[in-house]
Design a protein. Structure first.
Length: 442
């Protein structure tokens, strides 16, 4: 057999690449074998202690040793067999293996390390891509696509449970000597996730021609919480405090989302911050939550949504406008000053009932968006105070948490299947993976 040195000296570029990978793979396989043997040794040793009695995990009853049983555990280095004591609790009428609990493999055949790798990959990529990714990186066939999907869901459900448990835990104790940011933001938005028909029964869609009039998506509500300590000294633009963003996500209706939002507000100790600000688009549920849960907050309609509505209004009125661009600019100047009555007056001056009666109603709807949100569109004041006026952070969160994973071509989900994935992605995006995994991440 040619030595690695011979092969690398052959001068054939393509062969060299192939040789390097062959060496790489061989080295990886032997490292895994050595590691696996070490792991098996430790687990074997741990399994040798089998006292005649043990405490049952649920209630601490005295349980009796039944037998030594063998179980296969799949790890990041390959599969190992563990032979450990198996006990039976006569009171609870259930069997258990204390070692499984200690190793974190009770009720599963995947080690914590492999489960974490599967869940991390499954939360980021389609399940089949995840399986191939893990196989390529480890050089081992560790988990089928279905195992990987199931593991991601199990870990995601665990993430949801941990998030819920935090919600009912007592909030942080306010410190007196901590320097707090001056402003905090609660940004809310909704985005549709593509669903299987079974998930949309009895829900009318926007387009009666599609899915037999049924909705094809279900709304995920997203909340983004961040703080601001100041503005850019050169541009005067508001700057989000780096690393200050955390997120919540749910398929639940607005009333439940409101409870989650309030809990996150307290978890973040936002009640200790001078000025809370709620930012959102025109959706009614957002402002209901703002009024009921955050009555002291300043409310701001996303400036870029407002501008889109100005463009829509101009498009609607185009048939009666001599210079649509100039008209839109005039409206924009009013908007920048928060002068929504001037927007209404500009449209009134067109005398639509005389000039274009069919435009009266659509124009009134658009004008109503501005006059109805008047106090949420005081952009000149908001800018002067150094506030954020765009909901960009939450839109990018919708994109990252929901769209990048759930809205790929041909994907259709069940809520049960997608919600755990969103829980994992929400934690990850918030930089809070540590509540799910006890060992530090790499
Ligand atoms: Zn028991």
């Amino acid at each position: 057999m040619a030595t690695a040195a011979d092969l690398l000296g052959s001068g054939d570029d393509q062969l060299e690449g192939g040789v390097l990978e062959a060496i790489e793979r061989a080295a990886q396989a032997s490292a895994a074998q050595i590691g696996l043997a070490a792991l098996a040794g430790v687990v074997d040793w741990a399994g040798t202690a089998t006292p005649a009695h043990a405490s049952c995990p649920d209630a601490g009853h005295d349980a009796r040793l039944v037998a030594r049983r063998t179980k296969t555990v799949r790890t990041l280095l390959g599969s190992i067999q563990t032979t450990r004591g198996y006990y039976h609790c006569a009171t609870c009428r259930q069997g258990f293996a204390p070692l499984d609990q200690r190793l974190g493999v009770a009720g599963t055949s995947l080690s914590a390390g492999l489960a974490r790798a599967c869940a991390l990959a499954g939360a980021e990529m389609p399940y089949d891509t995840s399986r191939r990714f893990i196989a390529t990186v480890t050089g081992l066939d560790l988990a089928s696509t279905s195992t990987l999907a199931r593991t991601t869901r199990t870990q995601g459900e665990r993430a949801r449970d941990l998030i819920t448990a935090e919600r009912t835990a007592p909030g942080p104790v306010p410190g007196t000597d901590i320097k707090r940011p001056d402003l905090c933001y609660i940004v809310m938005d909704g985005t549709g996730a593509p669903m299987l028909p079974s998930q949309c029964q009895g829900r009318p869609g926007k387009d009666p021609a599609k899915h037999q009039g049924r909705a094809g998506t279900r709304e995920v509500k997203i909340g983004c919480f961040f703080t601001q300590s100041g503005c850019d000294p050169d541009s005067g633009e508001a700057i989000q405090d780096p690393g200050s963003a955390s997120y919540i996500s749910t398929f639940e209706p607005a009333a439940i989302f409101a409870v989650h939002a309030k809990a996150e507000y307290h978890r973040r100790a936002f009640d200790q911050i001078r000025q809370p600000i709620v930012l959102g688009d025109g959706a009614k549920w957002i402002w209901t939550i703002a009024d009921e849960q955050f009555p002291h907050a300043t409310q701001i309609v996303d400036y870029y949504h407002a501008r889109e509505h100005l463009a829509d209004l101009t498009k609607t009125l185009a048939p009666v406008l001599a210079d649509p661009a100039a008209f839109e600019q005039a409206l924009l100047d009013h908007l920048d000053l928060g002068d929504t009555p001037a927007i209404a007056a500009t449209v009134d001056a067109l005398d639509l009932p005389q000039t274009a009666p069919d435009l009266v109603k659509p124009a009134a709807t658009e004008v109503g968006y501005f006059t109805g949100h008047h106090h949420r569109m005081q952009y000149a004041d908001f800018r002067a105070n150094g506030y954020y006026i765009g909901s960009g952070p939450v839109e990018s969160a919708c994109n990252t948490i929901v769209k990048q994973r759930a809205k790929r071509a041909g994907m259709h989900w069940t809520i049960q299947g997608l919600d755990p994935v969103l829980a994992l992605r929400t934690l990850h995006q918030s930089g809070r993976d540590h509540i799910l995994w006890t060992t530090p991440h790499t």
